[in-house]
Design a protein around this ligand. Structure first.
Ligand code: ZN
Length: 497
C-alpha cells in the first residue's frame, strides 16, 4: 500500500454523466484521493508526480461476478449450455490443491488488472468442500497482484443431478450409480467452515473481504439457505447466488417451490441490501420489484449469458424497478476472458435487442456507471471505490489516447464502451500504488506464472482423465432431459411475465 503523496498531472478526467473528459490534476494521499483540481493546482513538495499526458483517467472497473478456479479451464466446452457446464464440474474443478487455487486466482487477477479492472467478486469452488486455508490462499493471490476482491466459497449441499427435479431418475441406471458417488458436502460442515471463514479471515477486509455464497438456489436445501442467511446476518457479510440463470433452473424452481426462485428467496428472508444475484436472466417483473424493494443487487454477465445460451437479462426493466445492476465477466470456463470492456459493450448492446425502444436503451454513460459504481455496491465496497472523487480509494485506470480506439477522440463514453477492448490500458493504480505500467503488470513475474500454470495443468490433465470419461457419457442424457423441460418453461413464462 502506498503511504506517500502523489500528484497526477496533465491527464483528462472522465466525467461520464456529462460525456466529457476535461484536463484535471488529482492529488492522492496514502491510498485515498484527496483533491481534484484544475491543471497546475498546488501540491505538497514531497509529492511524487505521475505524468498523465495523453491519458484518459477512468475509475478502476469492478467485476461483480467471477470464479477464479475457472481460470485454469479457459476455453473449455463449446456447445455446452449452463447445465452441461455444471455437469462437467467434477471433471475440471476437482483435484485442486491450495496452491492451484492460488495460482488460478493469480492468473485471473493479472488478466483483470491488464484490462483495467481493479476489484472483483470471486465465487470459488473447492472440492470436496471449502476450507478457510483455500479461500485465504485465493485472497492472498489478489493481495499479491495488488487488486481488491471479495472472496466467497461456493456452497452447496445438494448435488446437481438431484437438484434438477427428475434428472437423476432419467439417467441410465449405470450412470445413476456413478453420479450417486459424487456427493455434496454436509450442511453442518459447510456452516462450520463459513462461520470460521468470517471470523478468522486473515486479510485486510477493506481490500480483500470475504462473503457467503449458497451457490445456486436448488443446490441448497431450504434449511441450509436459512443457515447461510443467519450466518451472513450475524457477521454483516454479503450473500451471493446464481438466480434463475437458465430456463432449466427456473422450471426447477416452479417444480420444487411452486413459485419463482426469487419469490422463494424473499419468503426465506434472504433478499436485502447485502444480497447479490448473478445473472437473473429469467426473473419475472414481479421478481424485479421484489429485488428492487429489498435493495438487492444483480451482477449482469452478458458474455457468459450468450456463450452458454442462457438468454438476455432485461437490465433496463430491472433498473426501472430499482435493482442495482452491476456488471461481471463470469468465469473463464464460460465467458472465456475476464475483460470488463467486452462485458460493458455487450451489456450495452444486449439491452438493445429486448423489447425496448431506442429511447430506453442503456446508454454508454449508464453502462460505465454499472461497471464501476453499481458493481462496487454489489460487492459491498460502494462507499469507497467505483468513483474518482475525494475520499474514495485511488483506483484509477489510465487509457492511452494514442491507441487506435481513441483516434479521433470524439466521445469518451461511447469510445470506452463501443470501441475500446482493453488494449489502451497503459497504467493502473490501486490504492495509489501502480500495479500496471506501460501495459505490463509490475507485481508478477509472468514467465514464472506461466510455468506454474503449465506444471499444474500437466498434473490436472492426468488425474482428471477418468472423470472426463464419465462426464462425456453424461452429456447426451443430461442435455436430452434438460431440453425436454423447456416447453414447461414457456408455459410458466406465459403465465408469469
Ligand atoms: Zn457464476
Amino acid at each position: 500500500m502506498a503511504h506517500g503523496r502523489t500528484i497526477i498531472r496533465n491527464g483528462r478526467l472522465l466525467d461520464a454523466p456529462n460525456r466529457r473528459a476535461e484536463p484535471a490534476d488529482i492529488l492522492i494521499e496514502g491510498d485515498e484521493i484527496r483533491e481534484i483540481g484544475a491543471p497546475g493546482m498546488a501540491a505538497p513538495e514531497d509529492a511524487e508526480t505521475i505524468d498523465a499526458a495523453d491519458r484518459l483517467m477512468i475509475p478502476g472497473l469492478v467485476n461483480a461476478h467471477t470464479h477464479s478456479h475457472g481460470n485454469l479451464a479457459k476455453g473449455i466446452g463449446d456447445h455446452w449450455n449452463l447445465e452441461l457446464l455444471i455437469n462437467a464440474g467434477p471433471w475440471f474443478n476437482y483435484e485442486r490443491t491450495r496452491e492451484d487455487l492460488y495460482t488460478s486466482a493469480k492468473l485471473g487477477a493479472v488478466e483483470m488488472v491488464l484490462r483495467g479492472c481493479t476489484a472483483c467478486y470471486d465465487l470459488v469452488n473447492e472440492f470436496p468442500g471449502p476450507s478457510v486455508e483455500g479461500q485465504a490462499a485465493v485472497g492472498q493471490a489478489y493481495s499479491d497482484v495488488g487488486m481488491r476482491a471479495v472472496v466467497t466459497p461456493m456452497l452447496s449441499n445438494v448435488p446437481f443431478w438431484t437438484a434438477i427435479p427428475g434428472l437423476k431418475d432419467a439417467l441410465p441406471k449405470a450412470l445413476q450409480k456413478e453420479v450417486e458417488a459424487l456427493k455434496a458436502a454436509p450442511m453442518e460442515k459447510l456452516a462450520e467452515i463459513s462461520r470460521r471463514l468470517l471470523e478468522e479471515w486473515p486479510h485486510d477486509r477493506d481490500r480483500i473481504n470475504v462473503a457467503i455464497a449458497p451457490t445456486i438456489p436448488l443446490l441448497c436445501t431450504d434449511e441450509f439457505l436459512t443457515v447461510c442467511r443467519d450466518i451472513a446476518e450475524e457477521h454483516g457479510a454479503m450473500l451471493h447466488t446464481h438466480m434463475a440463470e437458465s430456463r432449466v433452473w427456473s422450471v426447477g424452481g416452479y417444480r420444487t417451490y411452486g413459485e419463482t426462485l426469487t419469490k422463494h428467496f424473499q419468503k426465506l428472508g434472504i433478499l436485502g441490501p447485502r444480497f447479490t444475484s448473478a445473472h437473473a436472466v429469467w426473473i419475472t417483473e414481479e421478481d424485479m420489484k421484489r429485488m428492487g424493494d429489498a435493495g438487492a443487487h444483480v451482477a449482469h454477465n452478458p458474455v457468459s449469458n450468450m456463450r452458454l445460451g442462457s438468454g438476455i437479462a432485461d437490465t433496463i426493466l430491472m433498473r426501472r424497478h430499482g435493482v442495482n445492476v452491476g456488471i461481471g465477466t463470469d468465469a473463464c470456463n464460460c465467458g472465456d476472458h475476464l475483460n470488463m470492456f467486452e462485458n460493458m459493450r455487450l451489456a450495452c448492446h444486449s439491452s438493445r435487442v429486448k423489447d425496448h425502444t431506442n429511447m430506453e436503451w442503456l446508454t454508454a454513460p449508464e453502462v460505465i456507471e454499472m461497471a464501476t459504481e453499481c458493481s462496487a455496491r454489489a460487492m459491498g465496497f460502494g462507499d469507497r471505490i467505483g468513483r474518482i472523487a475525494p475520499g474514495y480509494q485511488a483506483d484509477i485506470v489510465f487509457l492511452d489516447l494514442a491507441d487506435v480506439s481513441f483516434i479521433p477522440f470524439t466521445d469518451p463514453c461511447n469510445q470506452i464502451v463501443h470501441c475500446e477492448d482493453g488494449a489502451a490500458v497503459e497504467r493502473v493504480i490501486v490504492g495509489g500504488r501502480t500495479i500496471v505500467q506501460g501495459g505490463k503488470v509490475t507485481t508478477v513475474d509472468m514467465p514464472a506464472l506461466r510455468r506454474e500454470v503449465e506444471t499444474i495443468m500437466e498434473r490436472l490433465d492426468s488425474v482428471q482423465a477418468e472423470r472426463k470419461e464419465l462426464i462425456e457419457k453424461l452429456e447426451l442424457p443430461v442435455s436430452t432431459y434438460c431440453n425436454g423441460l423447456l416447453p414447461e418453461h414457456a408455459q410458466h413464462a406465459a403465465a408469469n411475465p
